[in-house]
Design a protein around this ligand. Sequence first.
Ligand SMILES: [Zn+2]
Length: 439
Amino acid sequence: MTVPNRAIRGRVLTFSDDPQTAGAKAHDFIEDGLVVIAEDRIAAVGEASALLGTLPDGVTVDSYPGGLILPGFIDTHIHYPQTQVIASYGAQLLDWLERYALVEEQRFGDSGHAAAVAAFFLDELARNGTTTAAVYCTVHPESAEAFFAESARRNTRMIAGKVLMDRNAPAALQDTAERGYAESKALIEGWHGKGRQLYAVTPRFAITSTEAQLEAAGALLKEHPSCYMQTHLSENRREIETVRTLFPWAENYTAVYDRFGLLGPRALFGHCIHLEDGERRLLSESASVAAFCPTSNLFIGSGLFDRAKAQDPAFPLRVGLATDVGGGTSYSLLRTLAEAYKVLQLQDQNLPALEAFYAITLGNARALGLEGKIGSLAPGREADIVVLDATATPAMAHRRERVETLEEELFLLMTLGDDRAVQATYISGQRQHFQAGDD
Ligand SMILES: [Zn+2]
């Protein structure tokens, strides 16, 4: 390991397991802690009193008295070309796509536009403490090129892919089975595993791909088994009906993807709201991941994700949490936790604060199979770190006066917090976002 060159001092919280199953030993909290960084990796984590004396001369120590130091947040489903259709009024899924998203996405054949939006998007993620995301680009290979180039420049760990769409979309947004295959293959060869970039084969959803294209997607995954697959599944009733019409041979929606080899431990399925038992079985047995997108599911009126059902021991699902911007209404995973909590409340379920913060750090890293690299503060992990301030707004500071426990502070952060509570974000050991406090 290289020599330490930076350290971050504050109240350190990290997870080594899921608090729901492992209880109190799942998290480590150090009241006056130090995270020592050597270049782009974490070199040590521990009590500041023990570690400060071990630092070589000239190491920068960034101190955040009162700040809460956590692993960078991870978002398992988001669309970077939708930054200018977030907050579009009055439609459910299929109309929302037609009226807003699929109009906006037509701009991304222009590399300059794609590059500018990619830069805005990655700035915005950093401002919100998000250091890794699984990202949809558009059908244009230029959109994925621009995104990966910008992410590589910042050295962020990102998963992304060019969307595959060869029917039921505006002509300007359609590829073909052959072209989509060739363009995806070229992007995989150019970017997958290059630095911190990872590729996801990305059929938008079953409605916009022919069987030939879904087959080509399956072939790409067979040829490149370390790539991800991301798509949408069972978000909205009309969507499900349409899939039934387009694939009359399929027993259910999930069976369409299964037929073409798209399920598996690196497969990310956005939404999964209205699943039948047979679908839960397919997803569970293949160790596929369901991405719960609460702000999107509420905003587009899709339905309530059933976490208890997803944890049914008969067919337990791997679950990630995600914003789904621009169907989702916030880039902030703190805001997303607030809405997740409410979605579960409406179903007599709960989301304790420690489980919530596990979900957006180590939980999502596990959902992506990246827990050996990101999602926790431990020696050898990539140095993606967020610092939170539970007194960021007057209302938060006021409420904070009554907080007595770590759980209460976390619950305050996830209920009232957003980008304003993100004091600093470190990516690959570099501070890429910072807002000075009042003091
Ligand atoms: Zn989506």
